[in-house]
Design a protein around this ligand. Structure first.
Ligand SMILES: C[S@@+](CC[C@H](N)C(=O)[O-])C[C@H]1O[C@@H](n2cnc3c(N)ncnc32)[C@H](O)[C@@H]1O
Length: 260
């Protein structure tokens, strides 16, 4: 087993080969999407892309503990095939999370503009960790909730009072993309990684599906967000990326943001 709380510069398969079986509580996986956004995101054909994807999925599954969880990001189209593959591998489907990126939409004229990514949440078994209380979100109907805080709302003969921590988190997540957050006068400046995920989003996953001291794995860590979020939340992590410049960036980000 490789040393934990490190970010390695390795190809995903080489890295996964070095991880002990049944050692990982949570895998947060943001892999290539086959959208030609960069060299690492380009494949000869769709078949090549899915061969690559199913290959790393096969290598990853044995590494999860029996109560472990797996989150995989991708486009809705690719996620449909990935979902089917994971079901055939005997994993348990929990959620299809829609990430509404709150980003400026592209100029599609022959279909609706794309503004979402999908996050598949699967578990290795049926007895997984899910800390629903730690990922509550604010209530939306504020007037009704203010009223309910005082008098409660009569439901099936009982008085219901709102939870002070907020409502249970749904499976549509409205979180502004880093690209959109960084825009200056409507333009995105060159970013150090082209597809960083919002820290808030990865933190939500880690809080929900792991406990303090658990081990979180990411084999496509990019700018290091998973490692930063894990460290902040007092989880252990083990991460890699095959691009040495991204590994340097991830290590810098870990020092800069991991202790905040
Ligand atoms: C979608 S990005 C991950 C972004 C990351 N979640 C973040 O927030 O910064 C995918 C990453 O996978 C890496 N990658 C692509 N192919 C890889 C491979 N075969 N093995 C390991 N890493 C790979 C790329 O260098 C890229 O940083």
């Amino acid at each position: 087993m490789k040393k934990i709380n490190e970010i390695y510069n390795l190809d995903c398969l080489e890295f996964l080969n070095k991880i002990d079986d049944k050692s990982i509580n949570l895998a947060v996986i943001d892999p290539p999407y086959n959208l030609n956004k960069a060299k690492w995101d380009s494949f000869e054909s769709e078949k090549d892309f899915f061969d690559f994807t199913f290959h790393w999925i096969d290598a990853l599954i044995p590494k999860l503990k029996s109560n472990g969880s797996l989150y995989i990001f991708n486009t809705p189209y690719n996620s449909a095939f990935i979902l089917f593959y994971l079901v055939t591998k005997g994993l348990f489907f929990q959620n299809w999370i829609t990430w509404d990126k709150r980003d400026g939409l592209g100029g599609a004229k022959q279909k609706f503009s794309n503004g979402q990514e999908s996050i598949l949440f699967f578990t290795k078994g049926e007895n997984h960790i899910f800390n629903y209380d730690d990922v509550r979100v604010p209530y939306e109907s504020t007037d009704r909730i203010e009223h309910a805080k005082i008098k409660g709302i009569l439901k099936d003969g009982k008085r219901w009072f709102p939870n002070p921590k907020g409502r249970l988190c749904g499976e549509v997540w409205h979180i502004t993309s880093e690209r959109h957050k960084n825009k200056i006068n409507g333009k995105t400046p060159k970013m150090s990684h082209i597809t960083p995920k919002p820290l808030e989003l990865v933190e939500r996953i880690i809080k929900a599906s792991s406990n303090v001291g658990d081990l979180v794995l990411d084999c496509f860590v990019g700018s290091g967000i998973t490692a930063v979020a894990a460290k902040k939340l007092k989880r252990n992590f083990i991460c890699s990326d095959n691009n040495k410049n991204y590994v340097k960036l991830a290590k810098r980000n870990l020092i800069k943001y991991g202790n905040k």
